[in-house]
Ligand binder design. Structure first.
Ligand SMILES: [Zn+2]
Length: 79
């Protein structure tokens, strides 16, 4: 699957702020340290924001449950 670039900065400022604050860093093993240099892209139907840990500089990623991609959620999937 190819990676589709998206514009992170086209999001609402509040969304941007939330994504940049609500992070998980595998190096620091700590949540919400913050992210710098965010880049948004879509891969295999899933939207990600990738950036750097504000504390250690490691690459971190956040998966986004986007409104555009949740059209097929069904509770009664069992038949
Ligand atoms: Zn870190």
């Amino acid at each position: 699957m190819s990676r589709i670039e998206r514009d992170f900065f086209a999001r609402d400022p509040e969304d941007q702020k939330a994504f940049l604050e609500q992070t998980w860093c595998n190096e620091c093993m700590e949540a919400d340290l913050g992210m710098t240099d965010p880049v948004e892209y879509e891969l295999d139907g899933v939207v990600y924001v990738e950036g750097k840990c504000a504390k250690c500089g490691s690459v971190i990623m956040t998966e986004i449950a986007d409104d555009e991609t949740d059209g097929e959620w069904e509770d009664d999937g069992e038949e």
